[in-house]
Design a protein around this ligand. Structure first.
Ligand code: DC
Length: 232
């Protein structure tokens, strides 16, 4: 495998949904001039392809057989990340409720993980200047030699509120439903056999429950800068 230039910094940011992972990762990458990869978007893209091609996403064998067919391409500019499937922009369709409800089953299939993991490693290796990669298994499995590993957490209430965009709890029923779906998805992602959501032993855990997005970004930027200074 090719490796990125020696000065390049590789940052792995893992954690469950609703912890501010995407917003934090994008902002940190933009501030530090790094590339950015949203690995959840890749699992969503393959799930969307399965749905549109009539593959039963609960049939692990069928999913495994089809896994190599779609060509998934990620654009890694943090200011405008992109994702295409067979050349078609998938950024809208991968965020639907249907994809969200089926992505855990598809991403639990080992053949899917093997393919997407290879893709992620080659993107990281080719990222000039370094990259921030966000996901669930980046520090543990995809990039175990990352220069910095961060594991973001937050209370289920805070995560549900952020996901619903209801930070002041205006719509309690929506927040409750979001919380339930989120807990179910996290349990599936944490409980699967192949590279589950987990904190790497050498990851820095940041509980974001009481922090603003700006504070989390500042915290991670400082951690990256400390790492970079330590390597000089
Ligand atoms: O970050 P997200 O909610 O867009 O991720 C969607 C799903 O993809 C998530 O439920 C689990 C899966 N995923 C994964 O298994 N491994 C990753 N590195 C990233 C996401």
């Amino acid at each position: 495998m090719e490796t990125a230039a020696p000065s390049a910094v590789i940052v792995a940011i893992d954690g469950p949904s609703g912890t501010g992972k995407s917003s934090t990762s994008k902002a940190v990458a933009a501030k530090l001039g790094l590339r950015y990869l949203d690995t959840g978007a890749q699992y969503r893209a393959i799930t969307w392809w399965m749905i549109t091609n009539g593959i039963d996403t609960d049939d692990a064998d069928a999913v495994a057989l089809a896994a190599g067919k779609p060509a998934i391409v990620s654009g890694t500019d943090p200011a405008a990340p992109t994702i295409t499937v067979d050349g078609v922009d998938a950024s809208g369709p991968i965020r639907t409720r249907e994809v969200t409800s089926k992505v855990s089953a598809v991403s639990a299939v080992p053949e899917v993980r093997a393919l997407i993991t290879d893709l992620q490693r080659s993107i990281a290796a080719e990222a000039e200047g370094g990259i921030v990669v966000e996901g669930r298994d980046i520090g543990t499995t995809v990039l175990p030699d990352a220069d910095l590993k961060v594991f973001l957490t937050a209370s289920p209430e805070a995560r549900a509120a952020r996901r619903s965009g209801e930070l002041r709890g205006k719509d309690a029923a929506d927040v409750a439903a979001t919380k339930e779906a989120l807990i179910k998805r996290d349990a599936a992602d944490s409980g699967r056999k192949t590279s589950p959501l987990a904190k790497a032993g050498d990851a820095v855990e940041v509980d974001t429950t009481e922090l603003t997005l700006e504070q989390v970004i500042e915290c991670v930027v400082t951690l990256v800068e400390e790492k970079r200074a330590g390597r000089k």
